[in-house]
Design a protein around this ligand. Structure first.
Ligand code: ZN
Length: 71
């Protein structure tokens, strides 16, 4: 019997269609500003893998200057 496995919880990325291991977690409010589609919209905490974290970061970083792009 192996009861020890219970402690090891591997989080998976919450972006729809993604099965990679999550690297970081964010508040749903932060992530909902980006265009990332989540598996479950009722989450409070969203886990992102390395790739989606990068994508998220890129989108939110550019959000400020977006106003100036649309002239
Ligand atoms: Zn992902």
């Amino acid at each position: 019997m192996s009861l020890a496995n219970h402690d090891v919880e591997v989080k998976v990325c919450d972006v729809a269609g993604c099965t990679k291991d999550a690297e970081r977690s964010f508040n749903i409010k932060q992530v909902s500003r980006s265009s990332l589609q989540l598996k479950d919209s009722g989450l409070r905490q969203v886990h992102l893998c390395k790739d989606h974290y990068r994508e998220y970061k890129k989108e939110t970083k550019g959000a400020r200057s977006l106003d100036q792009v649309y002239e």
